[in-house]
Design a protein around this ligand. Structure first.
Ligand code: NCD
Length: 330
């Protein structure tokens, strides 16, 4: 069922009216709090549109958005496609299967080809950390990072923060536990950066083998005991076990992983009563999350995250299109 955001923070017209200063959206680490809140405020304007019968605007009419995905994606790619179409842009989807050619070379060749087509916005997902940034130096248009290796996935963090803000009224002061395969997760890196920027207390929970060296320096508290890490948490964000990025044995078996780090009703009881559950998808049911939690509409925000993703991506496209237009004029 369509869920309307409750307790939505009042939009700040003045914040929204101010142009977004970045040319690209490559990493949350590049944003200050004002810029991040500016994007979330813009998303608030687009969220009600998701329930309208006619969802189309003409903000990006005549502009071209290219989706360039070197890695598989269901929700992110379709979310950017819908966001672009709802803003009136022409959207081209290019699904590039990983090639045996050295990644950098493929990427630069592709960038040159695409650049010749003069797109306005380029959304890129690639298996190598830094790929989006590299591409941004080779093309003239705005580049949006839709996930680069283990590095960052900024629009996922923005949609997660927007989902939390829509449901709980804000992010400041909340205890948010991010749990699972932190080592391979760009979602975790972007979320730690954004949620701490917005004033949350962030915790990282996972086995030592799936916790990156130096994670405690990211501004989050690290736990290896899930029940201790969940204590008093307002929000529990689960991460997918990313087998495709694993080269060795990081844990003995899926069964054992679930025993220690899988979120079920019993472990969730250690968080604050009424704590909310999130997952960026796709989920490995029975590995990092149990269906009794994932499908429980009173605690799970998983569907809301997907819905809000479109509004957040519309906001990002609008902000970058404006910033590009201002740049051309200046
Ligand atoms: C995430 C990704 O691709 O990084 N998924 C997504 O964008 N919805 C997380 C994941 O794949 O586990």
């Amino acid at each position: 069922m369509a869920q309307r955001p409750t307790g939505v923070k009042k939009t700040d017209e003045s914040a929204r009216a101010i142009r977004f200063r970045q040319k690209h959206l490559l990493a949350i680490a590049d944003l200050d709090r004002f810029e991040a809140e500016n994007l979330l405020d813009r998303a608030e304007k687009f969220a009600p549109l998701l329930d309208e019968r006619v969802k189309k605007l003409d903000t990006l009419r005549g502009r071209t958005l290219i989706n360039l995905f070197f890695e598989n994606s269901t929700r992110t790619q379709s979310s950017f496609e819908l966001a672009g179409k709802r803003m009136g842009a022409d959207v081209v989807n290019m699904s590039v299967k990983s090639s045996s050619v050295a990644k950098g070379e493929t990427l630069i060749d592709t960038a040159a080809t695409l650049n010749a087509m003069r797109p306005d916005l380029l959304v890129v997902r690639h298996g190598s950390s830094g790929a989006a940034e590299l591409l941004s130096r080779k093309v003239d248009c705005a580049v949006i990072n839709a996930g680069d290796g283990k590095h960052e996935h900024p629009t996922q963090a923005l949609l997660d923060a927007f989902t939390i803000r829509s449901r709980l009224g804000g992010v400041e002061g909340l205890i948010i536990a991010i749990c699972g395969d932190v080592l391979h997760s760009r979602v975790a890196r972007s979320n730690v950066a954004l949620l701490t920027l917005l004033g949350a207390q962030v915790r990282l929970i996972g086995p030592p083998t799936l916790m990156p060296a130096g994670a405690e320096k990211w501004g989050a508290k690290v736990f290896h005991d899930m029940r201790a890490g969940l204590k008093d948490a307002d929000v529990v964000m689960m991460l997918r076990v990313q087998r495709e990025r694993m080269t060795g044995g990081f844990f003995p078996s899926a069964r054992e992983y679930f025993w220690f780090y899988g979120l079920d009703e019993e472990k969730l009881r250690h968080a604050k009563p009424g704590a909310l559950v999130m997952h960026p998808g796709p989920m490995n049911r029975g590995v990092e999350i149990d269906s009794t939690v994932a499908d429980n509409a009173s605690v799970s925000l998983i569907e809301t995250q997907v819905r809000m993703g479109v509004a957040v991506r519309m906001a990002v496209l609008e902000a970058l299109a404006e910033s590009g237009a201002n740049e051309e004029r200046s």
